[in-house]
Design a protein around this ligand. Sequence first.
Ligand code: ADP
Length: 414
Amino acid sequence: MGLEDQKVTERMSGIKRKLLVLSGKGGVGKSTVAVNLAVALAVAGKRVGLLDIDVHGPSVPKLLGVDGMSLHGTKESIHPFAIGDNLKVMSIGFLLRSSDDAVIWRGPMKFNVIKQFLGDVEWGDLDYLVVDSPPGTGDEPLSVAQLISDATGAIIVTTPQDVALIDVRKCINFCRQVSLPVIGVVENMSGFICPKCGERTDIFKRGGGRRMATEMRVPFLGSVPVDPGVVSASDEGKPYVANFPGTDTGRIFAAIAAPILGLDTGGVERTKAVDAAAVGNSPAGDRGTAVTGVDRRKGDSQMRIAIPIAQGKLSMHFGHCDQFALVDVDTGERTIVSQQLVDAPAHQPGLLPGWLRERGADLVIASGMGQRAKALFKDNGIDVLIGAPSDEPDTIVKAYLEGTLVTGENICDH
Ligand code: ADP
């Protein structure tokens, strides 16, 4: 390790978790998500640093209303700005004389600027450092990922359009190449909520982020609608999640931060991803009720349902099934999109919730299950319905989508 790299490592040694916010391309709301994530973590009482290292469009100072401020420091180090008790902010924008500066720098120069910057900022002790990285999968985010070699993971921001999703696939592959765990994907600008009537219009295709996350086997953290309130709050330098916590969008930003807060209690706790339409809908109970799939998951267009199978039908003994049917459905269209059968792993207590989470399951429909297993599924962000009849998986899923699946008593405890 070179001296400079050592300096970066030393400067960051008091930081428990380093999170890189990435996007396949610019303009998708990466900085907006980074700011709201950092603020949500700070509001939750964590000591947070927010580092804006997007050389081409450092927008964090503006989003937090600290643009135009000058840097403070000593010969050896620069001090981040403190906002409130828990949040420290530093942006490479403070170093640029004009927004054209970065454009004229050639690759190695940018690398050196990023490296020096990372090595100069004195953060002190932090629970989280949220890094607003340069967009794309080129040399600049690569430099950041290499320099912060012990990063906890990446949060990838995308929009629902297909082209952005192609970019995000590249982004996930980029993370895999540099061995950076993907904490999850956020779909931004997902549908438009009319400020007058509250009705949602899907300007672009919605749900692509969730679908792509499921396909690529990475967690989906939530979808944020296009909200004119976000634009005005950003223009005024007021982070949305702290200033409008009671709004749907405010709750969505907070819910995106929730599994990341869970990192402090061990592992990436994958809580249920939410979107605007889902906020405020309470989940259906699991005893003796006809479960309406569409109402229950309103707003999620895609989800994966897992059903334990023995001899082609729902297994009455959850922990001892032969296979799992993984059924992808579109809850908006009420259709089955695809279905696959996978062999169940060898029986081992406590294994299935994590195993099914890795396979992208959002919901398990079973006949019965012990309380501990149910709690474990919940911890893994997977809903459970029990008391379903022993039918073929597509019959069960169709009934679920039509709202006629009757679930009832816990039939079997193992
Ligand atoms: P990036 O960092 O990816 O370039 P920004 O976070 O700077 O993107 O966002 C680009 C623009 O989109 C900004 O003007 C921002 O206010 C706006 N924006 C971002 N997310 C939303 C949203 N959910 N609703 C409305 N406007 C948004």
